[in-house]
Design a protein. Structure first.
Length: 479
């Protein structure tokens, strides 16, 4: 008896199609996606702004070409470090690397995520633009400046070291600086300027190579002196003047062999001018007498007198030490007190001889009037007028002496020999306050019957004054 076996039922065609359709759709989507990736590597997405410029759907190749040619007509003026040069782009083959610029810009739009990017609307991107140029051609433009700087350095010698008041230090004259340009630092600075399309490029110390040649050694030596800026001139510990860097710079000299030194003469001249108020001998002084009279007087040998050589030597020594310090002003002669307003440099105690009033007053230590008298001064009509000025009673002060006159009449004998009891000289041993045998004093007697220059006093007044006066007491003679 035969048996029958049943065959398996075939797969339905419908189920196969169901599997094919999704794969087909996925393939279409993938092709579309990859097509977009390729497209947006070649073209910028819509709504794209590159460095401020709308590049929507523009070919990346066109943007690259446009960027590469954007240096056409560009010029940059280079200055500083002794350079004054205008560089044109075509002189050095200056251009942007347009391809790398466009490539970076496209990458910034993220073409691989173009569906998401498009859904987000507009976008703004930026890209760096590398600059290309002929380095040798660029450096060649600076070669003449370097050669010229070497010639200038030889010609200027020590004059190549100059003081920059704004910087407060010594440096090199701009005309000699180009010879020290460092090629790598120079090119870097220029490249940065080109990249930003700068119209002006300023060079500075960063573009100069370090050097230990004689010129730089001279600059260093000169600046070492400036370390003493802040040194002061003092009078009895009080600051009278301060030495600034600019002042010291005026004393520095750089010889043609580039040796550096300080000028003692320049230091002396500065000191004389800066503390001129302390040089009072013979200068005009203005003061108010105790009775209210305003007096101005010039001349005489009393007062302060700076030792110009001494102060110059002291300043040079201080500055040479390279650190600020106080320098006490040395004097050849000192007054009683530091000059005050109007230049008065004596204390309350002094003798006042008023020619116009023909009157002498002495003021004591506290400024009060301690003695006074009419007098007769030198006869101006004979050329014997008593000299105006500020003086002091000197060590020739004495009792009982004889005044021996000059031989004006040429008879071989002194014109007079006059005994005096009280001799109080203030101009050498020639002019003094002293007693005189006269019947009257004061008024206008001096105009027609004055002395030979001395100040004549009644004997009793001379006696009492002699008891008060001391060597060193100031005598002021004025009109």
């Amino acid at each position: 008896m035969a048996s029958h076996m049943s065959a398996p039922a075939p797969e339905p065609k419908k189920s196969r199609r169901a599997l094919v359709v999704p794969f087909a759709l996925l393939a279409v989507v993938l092709v579309a996606y990859l097509g977009g990736v390729i497209y947006f590597h070649l073209f910028f997405m819509p709504g794209t702004t590159l460095d401020g410029t709308d590049v929507s759907l523009r070919r990346a190749e066109d943007v690259a070409t446009e960027k590469a040619g954007s240096f056409a007509g560009y010029q940059a003026h280079v200055s500083g470090d002794g350079i004054d040069l205008t560089i044109a782009a075509d002189q050095i083959g200056l251009a942007y690397d347009g391809e790398s610029y466009a490539r970076e810009a496209v990458a910034a739009t993220n073409p691989w995520a173009w569906p998401i990017a498009l859904s987000q609307g507009s976008r703004s991107v930026s890209a760096k633009s590398a600059v290309v140029y002929d380095r040798e051609a660029l450096l060649g433009l600076f070669a003449p400046f370097k050669d010229s700087a070497k010639v200038a350095a030889s010609s200027l010698a020590g004059g190549a070291v100059v003081f920059d008041a704004e910087a407060g230090s010594f440096g090199l004259d701009p005309s000699v600086m180009a010879q020290y340009l460092d090629d790598d630092a120079l090119v870097d600075a220029l490249a940065q300027g080109f990249a930003s399309r700068a119209g002006e490029i300023e060079l500075g110390s960063e573009q100069l190579a370090e050097s230990d040649d004689a010129l730089h050694a001279a600059v260093e030596a000169a600046n070492a002196y400036l370390a003493a800026a802040g040194t002061t001139l003092t009078l009895d510990g009080e600051t009278a003047a301060e030495v600034s860097a600019e002042v010291i710079a005026g004393w520095v000299t750089v010889a043609d062999d580039l040796t550096v030194s300080l000028s003692t003469d320049a230091a002396a001249a500065w000191a004389a001018e800066s503390v001129s108020r302390l040089n009072t001998v013979g200068s005009e002084r203005t003061y108010t007498r105790a009775d209210g009279k305003q007096v101005s007087v010039s001349g005489g040998d009393y007062g302060w007198k700076i030792s110009e050589s001494g102060v110059a030597d002291a300043l040079v020594a201080a500055v040479s030490a390279g650190a600020p310090q106080a320098v006490e002003v040395p004097f050849e002669q000192r007054g009683q007190v530091v000059p005050g307003e109007g230049g008065r440099d004596w204390g309350q105690r002094y003798i006042d001889i008023d020619i116009s009033e023909q009157y002498v007053r002495m003021y004591g230590d506290d400024g009060s009037l301690v003695w006074e008298s009419a007098c007769v001064t030198g006869n101006p009509s004979q050329g014997w007028g008593t000299s105006y000025g500020v003086y002091a009673i000197n060590e020739n002060m004495t009792r009982d002496t004889v005044l021996i006159g000059l031989d004006w009449n040429k008879d071989g004998e002194p014109d007079y020999e006059t005994p005096v009891s009280y001799w109080m000289p203030f101009v050498g041993n020639l002019v003094a306050l002293h007693d005189a045998q006269r019947s009257s004093f004061g008024g206008s007697i001096y105009l027609w019957n004055g002395s030979h220059g001395c100040v004549n006093l009644p004997r009793d007044k001379a006696e009492s004054l002699y008891g008060l006066v001391q060597v060193g007491d100031v005598v002021v003679v004025h009109g």
